[in-house]
Ligand binder design. Structure first.
Ligand SMILES: [Zn+2]
Length: 382
C-alpha cells in the first residue's frame, strides 16, 4: 500500500504542473481555487472561482461547462491541486493543470491577490434571510450596505420605504422633508408616532431608523427641494432616488436633475384608492417628462387639502417602490423600467402599462429644450 508521499508523487507524475509564469500565459484559462472557505477568505488570486476540493467533482461543470477550457487549479502549496487535477482529467478536463507552489508561492512572488470583503458575524446574523437567497447572498448584502438611497419625502410613501430600506441594510439613507409630524399624518405615515408629534419628520424618521438598524447612516435635509438646493443635496452622491413627492414642482426638479446626473428614480404616486409605480432609469426607458412634458396649469391640478387617501395605500405603493430600489441596489431582477404599474385598492387590481421614451422629450430627448432647473408654481399632484 502506498504512503501519502508515494501517492502524491505518482499523481504528480501523471498530471501536468505549471508555475505562475506559465499559468499566466494560458489564454482563456479558468482559474479554480480548491482550498477551504477560511483560506479563500484570507485572500485569493483575482478572477479565480472558489470550489472547495470536496465539492469539485460535483460543481466543476457549473463553473467550467466547456471541458476543453484550460483550467488552472490551485491550493495552498500545490498538493491538493494535484489530486484535484487528476480528478478533473478523469472527468474529461484534459487541459487541467496544477499550479506549482500554490497560492503561497503566488503571493510570495508578489503577484496580485484579492482579499474578499466579509460580513461580520453580527451582520451575518442580522441579514441571514438575505444570505440564504442565492441572488443576494453575501455579495448582494455588501452591495446594499454600500448603497446610498435618497428619499424625497418622509410622508406616506417615504415612511414604509425608509423602514424597509433600513431593515434591508441599505448603508446610507438620505431623507428630504421640510414638514413637522402632524396628527393627521399618523393614519398612514408609519415612520412617525405620537412620540414625535410636532417634531420635524426627518428627525422622527431618523429616530425610527436608528432604533431599527444601527448599520444605517441617515442623512437628513430639513428643507423643501428647490432649484437652489437640489445640486448641493445630490452632490452627496446618491445612487438611487425614491420619489415620494406629493407635488409637481419637486417631481419635475427630481426628474430633470436625475436625467442630467444619470440617477435612477423610483417613482410612486397615490390618490384615494389608486397608486402608480415605475422606474425612470436615465438612458434606459422614459423619464417623467416623456410622459408629462410640463405640469398642468395650477387651476386644473387637484389641491393638496382635497387629496384623500386610504391609509394602507401608501404602504403598498411605498413598499413596491422599495422593492424596485433594493433590486436596483443589489443589481438583480427586472426593474419597472418602461412599465407603469397601476394599482386599484378597491378592486385589488394591478395593471401594467408600457411607457416609451419620447424622442421629443424636452429633457431626455434628442434635442432637449430644457437645460436648467425650473421652479414651477407650488401646487399638489394626485
Ligand atoms: Zn424624457
Amino acid at each position: 500500500m502506498a504512503t501519502y508521499r508515494e501517492l502524491l508523487k505518482q499523481v504528480k507524475d501523471r498530471i501536468e504542473e505549471v508555475d505562475a509564469r506559465q499559468a499566466r500565459e494560458l489564454d482563456g484559462a479558468a482559474w479554480v481555487d480548491v482550498r477551504e472557505q477560511d483560506e479563500w477568505d484570507e485572500g485569493h488570486i483575482p478572477g479565480a472561482a472558489h470550489v472547495p476540493r470536496g465539492n469539485l467533482e460535483s460543481r466543476i461543470e457549473n463553473v467550467v461547462p466547456d471541458r476543453s477550457t484550460p483550467v488552472v487549479i490551485y491550493c495552498a502549496s500545490g498538493n491538493r491541486s494535484a489530486f484535484a487535477v487528476e480528478s478533473l482529467r478523469a472527468l474529461g478536463y484534459e487541459s487541467a493543470v496544477s499550479l506549482v507552489g500554490g497560492y503561497t508561492d503566488w503571493k510570495r512572488n508578489g503577484f496580485d491577490i484579492t482579499i474578499p470583503r466579509k460580513l461580520s458575524p453580527e451582520r451575518r446574523a442580522r441579514y441571514s434571510r438575505h444570505l440564504l437567497i442565492p441572488e443576494i447572498g453575501e455579495e448582494g448584502q455588501l452591495k446594499l450596505l454600500d448603497s446610498k438611497i435618497l428619499l424625497i419625502g418622509a410622508g406616506g410613501l417615504g415612511s414604509p420605504a425608509s423602514l424597509y430600506l433600513a431593515a434591508a441594510g441599505v448603508g446610507t439613507i438620505g431623507i428630504i422633508d421640510a414638514d413637522i409630524v402632524d396628527e393627521s399624518n399618523l393614519q398612514r405615515q408609519i415612520a412617525h408616532s405620537l412620540n414625535t408629534l410636532g417634531t420635524p419628520k426627518v428627525d422622527s424618521a431618523r429616530r425610527t431608523i436608528e432604533a431599527l438598524n444601527p448599520d444605517v447612516e441617515v442623512t437628513t435635509y430639513r428643507e423643501r427641494l428647490t432649484s437652489d438646493n437640489i445640486d448641493r443635496i445630490l452632490d452627496d452622491g446618491w445612487d438611487i432616488i425614491v420619489d415620494g413627492a406629493d407635488n409637481f414642482p419637486t417631481r419635475y426638479l427630481v426628474n430633470d436633475a436625475s436625467v442630467w446626473r444619470g440617477i435612477p428614480v423610483v417613482h410612486g404616486s397615490i390618490y384615494r384608492f389608486e397608486g402608480q409605480v415605475t422606474v425612470f432609469k436615465p438612458g434606459d426607458g422614459p423619464c417623467y417628462r416623456c410622459l408629462y412634458p410640463s405640469p398642468p396649469p395650477p387651476e386644473l391640478a387637484p389641491s393638496c387639502a382635497e387629496g384623500g387617501v386610504l391609509g394602507v395605500l401608501p404602504g403598498i405603493v411605498g413598499t413596491l417602490q422599495t422593492n424596485e430600489a433594493l433590486k436596483l441596489a443589489a443589481g438583480i431582477g427586472d426593474p419597472l423600467v418602461g412599465r407603469l404599474l397601476l394599482f386599484d385598492a378597491l378592486a385589488t387590481d394591478f395593471t401594467e402599462v408600457h411607457i416609451k421614451r419620447n424622442p421629443e422629450c424636452p429633457v431626455c430627448g434628442e434635442h432637449p429644450s430644457i437645460t436648467e432647473y425650473i421652479d414651477y408654481v407650488e401646487f399638489c399632484t394626485r
